[in-house]
Ligand binder design. Structure first.
Ligand code: GLN
Ligand code: ZN
Length: 743
């Protein structure tokens, strides 16, 4: 007994499900294009699951999560598990139904997709109405549980918890106003009772219910409902509740009182939960999974610091487990695939497979507890540090907006522009790939890019746009392009992470002090400007977005790293300006993504995020116009931040919300230029002149017409010229029409 008390269990909360070589992506794409039938897809999926289990089993964990594979998205899997598929998506086979919901087809639009908490993963939003009749469909959970059991593994089925499922859902279109999916928690809990019972019958003694929504602020009545739901579930089986995205905070006492048998803590972002638990009357029989291994980032764990947290938790419980802070979904599979990275860097990294070993070794009291070594001296850049230190007070402030507008380029009323990228053709991608592999010499590559830029400029002149762009043909990705040219960043060969469905991204690694050795965009922008008398907008990615879409060093505050990136961009902005660029756009589509889930952390975020943007942009002359672009229209929580960026013009998504967002911006006292997207570029539809003119009329009615810009919703890189040409022609015509009405 005494021995058992001392034993620390090792587990993780979830595992990457795209396969070690993006096998899922290949299988899905083959299936969607008709090259692989359902049986073939099932076989590919089974092979990936088998590899996942191999990885988990060979790492020496004491229990493994099951049901964490997904063909597309785990929220969609939960929709299936509770039979909440929207009627418009039901098809002849389960697989066809699944993909109709995920991707839509000629009959039905797909479910909406949105960001999963403060990550770059996207989930499918359940549509719930008063009439949604939940049913238990435990087949997937049972099958995957069985696969693990057949191998003799101690398996722990994982489901998205009922509260988070409903908190992530939206009311279906036919629901009466005021209907809140969360009101159905009681009904849904009854279905979870059946799901859990089915798993118990199959031999499960633990079930993991993920409740990431409890890592955000929740009100009294929500917490009360959560408590009631869990009081019904805990008698059925040993329930382990996870948060995973920061502190569970005030949800902890609710869960403890509801009698949950285990709680998984995110001890990377939510260490305050230890003190919270210490203050509660927790039974020593309660299992605590200490999430000391970061599931969101790729740095090796500081084993010494982690051991100290484990020690503290051991004073609360006899049943301690070491685990990842959340599912390992957000990290690449295997560091071994990286042969090009310097060992000074790889020595400090752990991808999913390496993290499994960290967990196992932390659970083994005989294993050595090493402190993480300090970063090599040459990773520090004293010049950058002293330049930041020496930035004069107010270096992030520009002249008053009124003074700026008066000095800035004179443009027609309702100026027309685009967001930056033009279609990325297969031919362009081939040229970039050939250049990267050394199969195309620099001179040929540059000639190819220049030809593309010239074509894009000619297109825009012909269309009659007022502010032109160079079209971004040279950019593989809006973050990676910069990461490849800044010091302090490394890019991986195969560090793929699922973004959604078959879509994977390869975030760069920001590991050291950041500096910009040479201009990154000036050559292309200046070339574009040399071809036209119209102003060409310079195009950069902002500091917050660069951080959000990279794996960022965790040995200093994010704010300090943001300042360094901002300083590098400030240099770029200065060089663009010196080269004659009168308008510079700094995109921040991820401004909202990094917003902390807890309101008490938001003010701090707003301060450093907007300061970094201003460091990047405020060095310019009064005459230089700064634009920014955000990819969404629901800015409720970041509206103050948008105003604080102090850009002269902000372009936003607005066509789907019928310009209602403009009133929000006005209410927040945003009084500068605004470009509400009048063309939803996420759809292949070409909007008519009349449609866009109608949007513009709404815009000029909502805000001073002198401040309104006319542009699409987002960049055009995913669209084809067949859509872009007519849509932009209509956009220009719409601007002229409404201009005529105003003059
Ligand atoms: N300038 C970028 C483009 O047009 C902006 C992309 C984005 O907002 N995600 O592609
Ligand atoms: Zn965008």
């Amino acid at each position: 007994m005494n021995d058992e008390k001392k034993t620390v269990h090792a587990t993780v909360l979830g595992y990457p499900r795209i396969g070690a070589n993006r096998d899922l992506k290949r299988a899905l794409e083959a299936h969607w294009s008709g090259r692989l039938d359902e049986a073939g897809l099932d076989a590919a999926a089974a092979a990936i699951r088998s590899q996942m289990l191999d990885d988990l089993a060979s790492a020496g964990l004491d229990s493994v999560p099951t049901g964490v594979f997904s063909l597309y998205d785990h929220v969609l899997d939960t929709i299936v598990a509770v039979d909440a598929i929207a009627p418009r998506h039901r098809r002849g086979t389960e697989t066809a139904t699944y993909f109709a919901a995920a991707r839509g087809d000629h009959e039905a639009v797909p479910l909406e997709m949105t960001k999963w908490f403060d990550t770059n993963y996207h989930y499918l939003v359940p549509e719930i109405g008063p009439g949604t009749a939940f049913e238990a469909r435990p087949e997937k959970a049972l099958a995957e549980f069985d696969e693990a059991r057949q191998r003799g593994l101690a398996a722990r089925p994982v489901l998205l918890g009922p509260a988070s499922f409903l908190l992530l859902a939206k009311a279906s279109d036919d629901a009466p106003t005021g209907f809140d999916p969360f009101d159905k928690l009681g009904e849904l809990t009854a279905v979870y009772e059946r799901l859990l019972s089915a798993l118990v019958e199959a031999g499960a003694d633990w079930v993991q219910l993920d409740e990431p929504a409890l890592c955000a602020d929740r009100n009294e009545s929500e917490l009360e409902a959560v408590g009631a739901a869990y009081r019904r579930l805990t008698p059925l089986v040993d329930v382990m509740v996870t948060g995973g995205y920061g502190p569970l905070g005030e949800s902890l006492p609710v869960l403890v009182e509801a009698g949950v048998h285990g709680i998984a803590l995110d001890l990377v972002r939510g260490r305050g939960d230890i003190a919270m638990l210490e203050s509660l009357n927790v039974s020593r029989e309660t299992s605590i999974a200490a999430g000391v291994v970061d599931g969101r980032n790729i740095w090796r764990t500081d084993l010494l610091a982690a051991a100290a947290d484990l020690e503290r938790l051991h004073r609360i419980t006899d049943r301690l487990a070491v685990s990842s802070s959340c599912s390992l979904l957000h990290v690449p599979v295997d560091l071994e695939a990286e042969s090009e990275l310097p060992s000074s860097l790889t020595d400090r990294l752990a991808f999913a497979r390496q993290k499994l070993r960290e967990v196992a070794s932390l659970a083994d009291s005989a294993a050595p507890r090493l402190q993480r070594p300090a970063a090599p001296e040459h990773w520090r850049n004293e010049t950058v540090r002293s330049r930041l230190h020496a930035l004069p007070a107010g270096a992030d402030r520009r002249a008053d907006y009124a003074e700026r507008v008066a000095a800035q380029p004179e443009l027609p009323l309702l100026p027309t522009t685009t967001i930056g990228s033009f279609p990325q053709t297969a031919e362009l991608r081939r040229a970039r790939a050939a250049h990267r592999r050394g199969l195309m010499i620099d001179a040929d590559y540059h000639a190819r890019m220049r030809a593309e830029i010239a074509a894009v400029i000619a297109e825009q002149e012909k269309l009659g746009l007022d502010v032109l762009v160079h079209g971004e043909p040279e950019r593989n990705d809006m973050v990676q392009y910069f990461a490849e040219q800044l010091t302090g960043f490394a890019t991986t060969a195969a560090g793929w992470v699922q973004s959604y469905g078959s879509r994977c991204v390869r975030p760069p690694i920001l590991y050291a002090d950041v500096a910009r050795p040479e201009p990154m965009t000036v050559e292309w922008t200046s070339y574009a400007q040399s071809l036209t008398d119209k102003p060409v907008k310079g195009m950069l990615t902002g500091p917050v977005t660069i951080l959000a879409w990279s794996f960022v060093r965790d040995d200093q505050p994010l704010a300090d790293t943001a300042d360094q990136v901002a300083l590098a961009l400030r240099d770029e902005v200065a060089d663009l300006e010196a080269a004659g660029t009168a308008i510079i756009q700094v995109d921040e589509p991820a401004l909202r993504e990094l917003l902390p889930l807890r309101s008490d952390r938001r003010e701090h975020y707003r301060r450093w995020a907007t300061r970094a943007f201003r460091i990047a942009t405020a060095g310019v002359k009064t005459q230089t116009q700064i634009h920014t672009h955000l990819c969404y229209s629901e800015f409720g929580d970041v509206i103050d931040a948008i105003a604080d960026l102090d850009a002269d013009v902000t372009s936003i998504e607005a066509s789907r919300s019928k310009m209602e967002v403009l009133a929000d911006l006005d209410r927040a006292d945003y009084r500068r230029g605004v470009g509400p997207g009048v063309w939803d570029i996420h759809s292949p539809r070409v909007p008519s002149t009349g449609e866009m003119a109608a949007s513009l009329r709404l815009a000029v009615a909502a805000v001073d017409p002198g401040r309104v810009w006319v542009n699409p919703d987002c960049g055009l890189k995913t669209r084809r010229y067949e859509e872009v040409r007519p849509a932009l022609a209509n956009l220009v015509a719409a601007a002229r029409t409404v201009r005529g009405e105003l003059e």
